[in-house]
Design a protein around this ligand. Sequence first.
Ligand code: SAM
Length: 288
Amino acid sequence: MPNKIGNSVFINQTMKTNDIRAKKKFGQNFLKDEKILNEIVDVSECDKDTLVIEVGPGLGSLTEVLCKKAGFVLAYEIDTELIPILKDNLKYYDNFEVINQDILNADINSDINKYKKNFKNVYLVANLPYYITTPIILNTLSKTDLITRYVMMMQKEVAERLTSKPKTKDYAAISIAILYRGIAKTRINVPRTAFIPAPNVDSAVVRLDLYEEKKYFPQNEELFFDLVKLSFTQRRKTLVNNLSSKYKKDFIYKMLNDNGYKESIRAEELSIDDFIKLSDYINGAKND
Ligand code: SAM
């Protein structure tokens, strides 16, 4: 069956017939480029053994391609107004279900458990709303281990931060949060013209494959993530300056000296192993 939804004529017609506009507050930019839609699904390497979780199906352009390739597509859409339209657009597919809910409030793990018994893999594939890309990724990663691959369209700048390495200009707290869980790579660059309406920025599709086995073991995970976040509060400041809002300067200097770091070091110079070393040091000092 040829694709029906992912093109500008269908999207414009659907919005006109149903008297709806793309809502900025929900980050609605609908994909109209069939080639890119197919590429996203190809990058996911999903097949009939895959349960796909989709965030924000919108009018269903990506969902339609996913339904053809995947075993089942379970989608979360926040916009109640779109639900009947989406269901009508996808009425020929019996491997699709939409939950009208904010993904941040969803009990994803138990929803996945209801569907996953017939499938080998669970992947998340989405053209994410740009206003909450990072919260959606971090929230989902924290709520479930059942999803092992994430294929996500996002703003290009966010993609650069997500996939960057130490000592590069885009290296940030989110880069470390991602590195902690898996390997992320930008796989497709997408021009703004691929959407209706066109956003003000270009986009990129990132694929994140989670490690099969946990790779990093800080003594206190919460303290580790707190330290990373605090260290990057202001990029241009030194670690000492950023950490001094929480720890005494004398303690920070001692920590850096004891672990062989220069006192002028900045967060962007530290690898994930460095942060683990420092957070373990703080954890040890706390327990003394
Ligand atoms: N997948 C569609 C496409 O590619 O054309 C639409 C993508 S659009 C960038 C983002 C979609 O996410 C919209 O349909 C929007 O209503 C939905 N959305 C926004 N915030 C959401 C949230 N917190 N939970 C679930 N869906 C959300």
